[in-house]
Design a protein around this ligand. Structure first.
Ligand code: F6R
Length: 612
């Protein structure tokens, strides 16, 4: 989704800060990018395509500016004290130079970047056009600079003009605006994330912390309806009427190293390999191995009679797994796709809990489902990776998964950390007879993931089955969510068709698609009834000529019927799916790598999906 970066107060490297900030936002997904620098005049440069194209256009215009000793109308003038930048993920109008942000007014003196959707833009545009404003793009966002322009023409200050323009908008927005002749940047948010970075001499603004983490780890999260003014070395936050607000500065625990590739070819591979560390962090200080108990401060006193999980994509798969764990403990629990939650039955009991599982804490569908839960009067818990995200601020409680920043669009380490967080939740809410074994298995998990990463044959398996016409993933019980997740991971980064389903469903339809060109990944651990039944399903597909890859701990004889085996260490049945999933992450990664796909930024996808 779109990303915003801004900075005020870095007099001689504003452009570098903006361009590297845009790179830090790339992972959110985008199809065009642009920057605007205010320095007595306003210089705007924007391009469809990769940030590299923008960088080249900026360099070219700087060369031109050096030769003629003047800023060009498209770029140039790189010494602006205030600048804004944007990565656009198209919603209104195709990815073109004209539709890229920043957008300007008729005078070319006001520039605005916008994330979100201005729902009443057609009405505003018609009104503005009737008053003579000329538009250059198909976007909803372009109405904003023209609205600001009108108020400035009436003699309003920049701040009043901006506030009045924002007051006309319906919909969702994170906005940042600059004018040619002010050294301040103004910002506002409603339903779209925006965070201020507090530096020693400079102030920063971004949709997400990694965009400025290199310069500061001190942040101020803006809430809906708040406005910010950023100037060289100072920042203020006000409400819609302009009254100053007392905002606290927090320190983010992530460091810049965590957001770098650190020698890996892709963020996804780096993040897969970070899982042992992430899992240790998820458990630190929360489990007592001797007593076999779990203690999470933010869950203290929680004792819901039923639990509903809401989530999307990978997080939904973790939610399915979490709901299973709770049901096994006798707590009625269900997982809902957040986008469908409006049609879900409201919990009947007063002391129900709704858990929003969301890595980013900003997914619009999940936030909307959590708001619906609030309207229904139900207590809410955000299970998230991002401190200060909208989910953490809107929910009654927060359970942090502590995975560290995840830059690759495909969620990997955060699924594992979510699965651990689901175990912490289940163990907190119930008294299991084998609590000590579960805690022991969780404690051993980081080491076992490391072992698996060191020895995985996923690369060879990927080589062998690179040309599959389609891929199936099957598993029962705890492995069902991982079968879904294995298929999602493969399809999103390889662009190959993949489906996951409960192993028992194979013969109720999908078996018709199974041929010698459709590898089937079967998740089988232990030797209980479920494993035996899945081995039966493996035989069915094997008999129809399908290549089988068993992801197994070797306890059952699944491997005997498989063409390839991906081994996982033996562990508690609850924890085995996390290990199995790591093998599937590696398979997806290697297939995508061998096919030369854009692994960290798959086509059409965005890391943080902030529209419904
Ligand atoms: C898939 C993936 C997405 C996200 C989904 C929810 O690899 O990353 O399916 O899981 O968009 O995002 P969060 O967890 O941020 O709410």
């Amino acid at each position: 989704m779109c990303g915003i970066i801004g900075c005020a107060g870095r007099t001689d490297d504003t452009l570098d800060v903006l361009l590297s900030g845009l790179e830090g936002l790339e992972y959110r997904g985008y199809d065009s990018a642009g920057v605007a620098l205010a320095n007595g005049s306003l210089d705007v440069c924007k391009r469809e395509g990769e940030i590299e194209r923008l960088q080249r256009a900026v360099d070219d215009s700087l060369d031109g500016a050096d030769e003629s000793d003047a800023g060009g109308s498209d770029g140039g003038g790189h010494r602006g004290p205030v600048g804004i930048g944007h990565t656009r993920w198209s919603t209104h109008g195709p990815p073109t130079d004209a539709n890229a942000h920043p957008h300007t007014d008729c005078t070319g003196d006001v520039a605005v970047v916008h994330n979100g959707i201005v729902e009443n833009y057609e009405e505003l545009k018609t009104e503005l056009q009737a008053r003579g404003h000329e538009f250059e793009s198909d976007t909803d966002s372009e109405v904003v600079p023209h609205l600001v322009e009108e108020r400035l023409a009436d003699g309003a200050s920049f701040e009043d003009a901006f506030r009045a323009a924002v007051g006309r908008l319906e919909g969702s927005y994170a906005l940042a605006a600059v004018t040619a002749d002010t050294e301040a940047m103004l910002a506002a948010r409603s339903d779209s994330p925006l965070v201020v970075g507090v530096g020693d001499d400079a102030a920063y603004l971004a949709s997400d912390v990694p965009a400025f983490l290199e310069y500061t780890d001190r942040v101020v999260y803006l809430e809906d309806g708040e406005f910010a003014r950023l100037e060289s070395g100072s920042w203020t936050v006000t409400d819609a009427e302009g009254r100053p607000l007392d905002k606290s500065v927090s320190r983010v625990e992530w460091d810049a190293e965590e957001t770098a590739k650190s020698g890996y070819d892709h963020y996804m591979l780096k993040e897969i390999h970070e899982q042992p560390r992430a899992l240790r962090k998820a458990l630190r200080g929360r489990v007592d191995e001797l007593a076999g108990s779990v203690e999470v401060a933010s869950l203290a006193g929680l004792s819901p009679s039923s639990v509903q999980f809401v989530a999307c994509g990978t997080s939904y798969h973790a939610a399915l797994y979490g709901a299973q764990l709770l049901r096994e403990e006798g707590i009625p629990a269900q997982a809902f796709l957040a986008s469908e939650y409006a049609t879900a039955p409201a919990p009947v009991d007063d002391d129900a809990l709704v858990v929003g599982v969301t890595q980013s804490g900003e997914t619009a569908d999940t936030l909307s489902a959590l708001r619906e839960a609030h309207r229904r009067g139900v207590e809410t818990l955000a299970m998230t990776n991002v401190v200060g995200s909208t989910a953490t601020r809107e929910c009654d409680r927060t359970l942090l998964i502590r995975a560290g920043p995840e830059i690759g669009v495909a969620a990997t380490k955060t699924f594992s950390s979510q699965a651990v967080a689901c175990n912490l939740l289940a163990s907190t809410l119930t008294d299991r007879e084998d609590a000590r074994e579960v805690v022991g298995a969780l404690r051993d998990l980081p080491g076992q993931v490391q072992e698996l990463l060191d020895d995985s044959r996923a690369g060879q398996v990927a080589d062998r089955f690179l040309d599959g016409a389609g891929y199936f993933f099957v598993g029962r019980g705890h492995h069902h969510p991982v079968a879904l997740e294995g298929a999602l991971k493969l399809k999103e980064i390889t662009y190959k068709h993949a489906e996951g389903f409960p192993a028992g469903e194979l013969k109720h339809g999908p078996l018709a698609l199974v041929t010698d060109e459709t590898p089937v990944f079967a998740l089988v651990t232990g030797d209980r009834e479920q494993a035996t039944k899945t081995v039966g399903n493996v035989k069915e597909v094997e008999a129809r000529g399908a290549p089988v890859v068993a992801v197994t701990d070797g306890v059952s004889d699944a491997g005997r019927y498989a063409d390839e085996v991906l081994e996982i260490p033996e562990t508690h049945p609850r924890v085995a799916p996390v290990l199995a999933n790591v093998q599937l992450q590696l398979v997806a990664y290697h297939v995508a790598d061998k096919l030369g796909r854009s692994i960290d930024k798959p086509r059409n996808l965005a890391k943080s999906v902030t529209v419904e």
